[in-house]
Design a protein around this ligand. Structure first.
Ligand code: DGL
Length: 255
């Protein structure tokens, strides 16, 4: 019998379910663990030291439960902690980064908006990525949108609420060729971004991250299609909480 592999995913909260949802399409049947760090969400306004500690606790908990590869389904944790995680663990650790490279490749010389958490926006990793992919003079516009993390955690997806928040922090009259959603929580709002920026490609890094996972571990992963949810390490058994996670996965199938 083929050895069954369990794949761990983690995020500060429910954002990582947008990546898990992509994995469910690509590697159906695999056994998955999803760790939401509900005790510490949001990460996007915390210090690097805190984020590294939270990320190590998450990967420890996932490994204790048998994860043989871990997807850091969080741009912020990747930006701050991926180096520390790869030093500490020998299993494959897949990180994610804002889809700056595809935006630059598909729209050379055009205007790009990159949205992420304040920590990702300030982080060296994003600036290095931009330097590698954009020429001097045509830099993307950067926007830290912590309010979208709160709206996603509160399941507030109605168009008017999201537009009102975005109009308080962005000029919605600006036109872009691409809008990069550089935070997994933001993917839940891709329908709103499409409506507000109808001429723009709305890009996220989810498919690229799952492709990388499949490259590393293969696309045929035998399992029973189980998903175990953890909140900051504690297994989730409350049916209302499981139903909440499932609502986010259901939303991803509709937008
Ligand atoms: N979902 C996370 C990301 O992709 C972080 C959100 C937060 O906790 O601030 O960056």
């Amino acid at each position: 019998m083929e050895h069954q592999k369990t794949i761990g995913f983690f995020d500060s909260g429910i954002g990582g379910l947008t990546v898990l949802s992509e994995a469910l399409c690509r590697i159906p049947g695999a056994d998955l663990l999803f760790y939401a760090d509900t005790d510490h969400v949001p990460y996007g306004t915390k210090s690097k030291e805190e984020i590294v500690r939270f990320a190590e606790d998450a990967v420890d908990a996932l490994c204790e439960r048998g994860a043989e590869a871990v997807v850091v389904a969080c741009n912020t944790a990747t930006s701050m902690a991926i180096g520390a995680l790869r030093e500490r663990y020998s299993i494959p650790i897949v990180g994610m980064e804002p889809a700056v490279k595809p935006a630059a490749l598909i729209h050379p010389g055009e205007r790009v908006l990159v949205c992420a958490t304040p920590v990702t926006i300030r982080g060296e990793k994003l600036h290095t990525l931009i330097d590698r992919n954009f020429r001097e003079g045509i830099r993307p516009t950067l926007a830290g949108l912590p309010g979208l993390v709160t709206l996603a955690e509160e399941e507030r997806f109605d168009f008017d609420t999201v537009r009102d928040y975005l109009s308080s922090v962005l000029d919605l009259e600006e036109r872009y060729a691409a809008v990069v959603l550089g935070c997994t929580h933001f993917t839940y709002f891709r329908d709103t971004f499409r409506a507000l920026f109808p001429d723009a490609d709305i890009l996220d890094g989810n498919a690229g991250t799952v492709n990388r996972l499949v490259d590393l571990i293969g696309g045929e992963i035998p399992g029973e299609g189980r998903i175990v949810y953890l909140e900051s390490g504690r297994p989730v058994t409350d049916p209302d909480k499981i139903a909440r996670f499932e609502r986010y996965l259901a939303r991803m199938r509709t937008i």
